[in-house]
Design a protein around this ligand. Structure first.
Ligand code: GDP
Length: 294
């Protein structure tokens, strides 16, 4: 996770090694390297330009007043800007209703089903009683996959195998949740390989009917710029509450995690970094910035 970016930024900060003050030469050289590191990490050019500009302004303003050496000072400024870019702080889910409904959406293969089970497992550890619901009426294998993962951790899955009516499945699942004292319903929706109207209309219908507390959009970090475009398309059709970034374990660049929240204007709530059920992490911008600069 972020290894490439981490190494490049470390090189960029190494420019100050031994210097006792910030000069036009060392700051220009370091900022150029930081900019290149972010471009290499697949961060959009405009964001990089803005980021560098802010660091430049702050470092010039603070040049004389602190006891930190130049390397420590620029590291601190880069850290603060990274945290801001990634959304400042974690935004928790709203799980105030009983049952609370969490709607999971995203393209096929993004990691929705895996995330749904990971989230259910995460919630059981917080003393919640989740129910997983598959409304993928197009791919029966999707229901089987969800059942397979959920069984390993003893979490119930609701499905109506013969039904082709997503609204009926949702209504029945809510009844089931009441009867079986499940206080959170996680709805794993059907995805497509690319955005299409049928999928979007179906998710909008599910949204209007189920009135979820949380709509979480799941995206594969390895898909780079496409991930951001897809998030923007979903965000135009649904009032997303948060973003989940998956497969960060295989992405040593991390540009999606760094920028998606500032472009789509929605917080990242979780990151997934592996295939195991426990490979899920609540997203904290400061912790990620620490890892990148660590
Ligand atoms: P869906 O079609 O959106 O429901 O996607 P799946 O949940 O079926 O995931 C697609 C593939 O990605 C599966 O092989 C998962 O095991 C894998 N996957 C999901 N999340 C992660 C992750 O964070 N890291 C890795 N390495 N693989 C993941």
């Amino acid at each position: 996770m972020f290894e490439h970016l981490k190494n490049k930024i470390s090189e960029a900060l190494h420019v100050f090694k031994g210097d006792s003050k910030i000069t036009e030469i060392n700051i220009a050289s370091s900022l150029k390297k930081i900019g290149n590191a972010l471009i290499d990490a697949d961060v959009n050019y405009k964001i990089v330009r803005n980021f560098i500009h802010k660091i430049q302004e702050k470092s010039i303003g603070k040049k004389v007043l602190t006891s930190l050496n130049p390397k420590q000072l620029i590291t601190k400024i880069v850290y603060d800007e990274l945290v801001l870019l990634m959304g400042k702080k974690n935004v928790e889910m709203d799980l105030s209703k009983n049952p609370s409904i969490i709607l999971i959406c995203g393209l096929q293969g993004s990691g929705k089903t895996s995330f749904s089970s990971k989230l259910a497992f995460f919630l059981t550890k917080k003393n919640k009683f989740p129910l997983l619901v598959s409304v993928d009426i197009h791919r029966p294998a999707a229901v089987d996959q969800l059942k397979l993962i959920a069984k390993k951790v003893n979490i119930p899955v609701f499905s109506l195998e013969k039904s082709k009516n997503v609204i009926e499945i949702i209504d029945q699942s809510i009844l089931y949740a009441f009867k079986n004292k499940r206080n959170i319903i996680i709805i794993d929706t059907a995805g497509r390989l690319a955005i299409d109207q049928i999928m979007m209309e179906e998710i909008q219908r599910i949204n209007q009917h189920s009135k979820p507390n949380e709509i979480l959009f799941v995206v594969d970090s390895m898909t780079g710029q496409d991930a951001i475009n897809t998030a923007q398309s979903f965000s135009k059709k649904l009032n997303l509450d948060g973003i989940v970034i998956t497969k960060l374990d295989g992405d040593n660049r991390g540009g999606v995690a760094i920028t998606i929240s500032s472009i789509v204007k929605k917080p990242i709530k979780f990151i997934s970094n592996g295939e195991k059920i426990e490979d899920l992490e609540v997203f904290h911008p400061d912790r990620i910035a620490n890892r990148i600069l660590g």
